[in-house]
Write a protein that binds this ligand. Sequence first.
Ligand code: HEC
Ligand code: HEC
Ligand code: HEC
Ligand code: HEC
Length: 463
Amino acid sequence: MCKMQKYLAAALALAVIFFGFVIIRVGIAKPSTKFELAKIPDDQKLHAAAYKDAYPLQYNSFMKNNEAAPSPTGYGGSMPHVSYLEEQPEMLENFKGYKFAVQYDVARGHTYAGEDFVTTLRLPPQKGSCITCKGSYMYDVYFKQTGWEYASKPIAEIIAPMQADDWFGCATCHDPDTMQLRVYQQGFVEAMARRGVDVNNAPHNDMRGYVCSQCHNEYYFTAEDGRVNHPWDNGFDPEEEFQFYQSGQAGGFTGDWTHPDSGAMMLKAQHPEFDNWVTSVHHDAGVTCVDCHMPYMRESGQKYTSHWMTNPLKTTEQSCLKCHDESTETLIARVKTINDNTFKLQRIAGETCAQAHLTIQAAAAAGATDEQLAEARLLIREGQWYWDWLAAENSYGFHNTDKLMKAGALAIDRAHRAIEAARMLAPNAPLAPMPVYVEAEHWNAAQHPGQNPPTATEEQAAM
Ligand code: HEC
Ligand code: HEC
Ligand code: HEC
Ligand code: HEC
């Protein structure tokens, strides 16, 4: 080798070492968050306060879930009792006859899960199954003793022995003995097993999605024993889930309530964040709920996982900029554009569904029979399912924009076909009111305490 070749070889070796290191740092190695395992007394395992001294960084950041703060985009946020029913009054028609027309508030931090549960006006007639996603008490106390038996017992009996700090705590996501991530929610474990996934032996990165997904998903209670189940046997899209409910795969469960105006048997969609994210661009790139909602933080030189599970745009730098090279402002503006467009679609879809209920009611009043109305009722059941899937998913379009746009489009199509089918039966019936879509700024009730949302101008209403 001549001198020149030696220099070149040395430079090449250095480059290999340097870029190899960069690839390992960026691509493969997760930053280490060291901690020393502490022994938590058996009778304290459900109580977050018992973990405070051993894991102060995680405990203190978890307590930030108490903070009331709006979202940087104006959508969602973590404020006490912000009502969807005020923000989107078409929900009053769409959920008429069902408990969601009584109280339906925007979610806030995990530390409120117990309090908001026991005080909701929706609670009184419920069964034990409802505590399934409010912390691991259901599993560590009831399920370990008698399996799903608690699910069909009256809620008052089930929550009677629970203390204020028995709700959402550290054991919700951690095995208290090892502090490894665990999924306690057995309905999720069972539904994923039917898809061939052994949740608690899943790869570590999958667990970083499953610990959240065990609760943030679409579910129903089985008619047979009230257990929690999920409609995922055919896939995770709203059409595949609707097919699950239509085909008898849900056993004796056929719907949540009968709508008093249209007479249709309806389905309520529940926060399908998992169902939505699991087919998204971010999921396919290996980005989990935890990467965005629980970013790594540093305090006095120590790296730890933030336990403030809130809107990630409050921590855009740590949540997003580790992968994206746009500025914080650009990224927030991008998400807000997605929110604005999705919310418009959601309002139009919701109002078209409301109009469909009223048109079917008008056709029935004009003499159409149940048999004749069956087609229109099936169409509004399907249309409202798609609208609700979009509306109940908590990211206002962000988690998987194209999938939620499709849900909104299908909702508008099915609702219009329901209106058409009902109009054909009673062409002379008085027209149900047209949707009064309010072409205004997004109405954020948190920013207008005590006020009603704006109504359409006469001109808009006449459109
Ligand atoms: C790529 C990052 C990312 C991933 C992955 C992600 N989220 Fe989000 N999530 C966001 C952003 C950004 C918002 C807020 C959007 C907005 O302000 O409109 C959000 C909003 C939410 C909200 C509503 C918060 C509020 O302010 O009301 C919930 C709940 C939520 N996500 C849960 C989940 C769950 C559960 C998963 C996994 C199944 C998940 N997210 C995956 C970024 C992410
Ligand atoms: C909603 C789920 C959830 C809850 C509730 C939760 N954690 Fe975590 N925790 C996680 C996740 C996810 C990680 C990241 C683990 C990983 O990737 O290995 C984590 C990591 C940790 C770690 C490892 C060190 C680190 O910072 O990454 C400790 C210690 C910890 N949590 C303590 C607690 C304590 C104490 C509480 C109760 C105050 C708690 N956790 C509540 C989900 C949760
Ligand atoms: C045991 C069930 C359960 C688990 C596990 C769970 N959540 Fe939640 N989550 C809830 C409930 C219930 C609420 C609403 C609490 C309320 O409004 O009182 C909520 C609220 C939220 C909110 C709204 C808070 C805000 O500030 O706007 C976000 C974001 C969120 N969860 C993300 C996550 C992420 C990320 C994970 C996983 C690390 C996770 N959740 C795990 C049940 C769960
Ligand atoms: C761990 C890496 C990672 C994190 C963290 C992350 N992203 Fe992404 N993001 C990606 C990748 C990879 C893509 C896909 C890029 C592509 O395919 O061109 C993407 C795509 C996107 C897109 C385009 C979506 C689409 O449908 O094409 C938006 C918008 C976005 N990210 C916003 C965010 C925001 C906001 C956050 C923080 C809340 C965030 N991302 C966090 C890696 C990440």
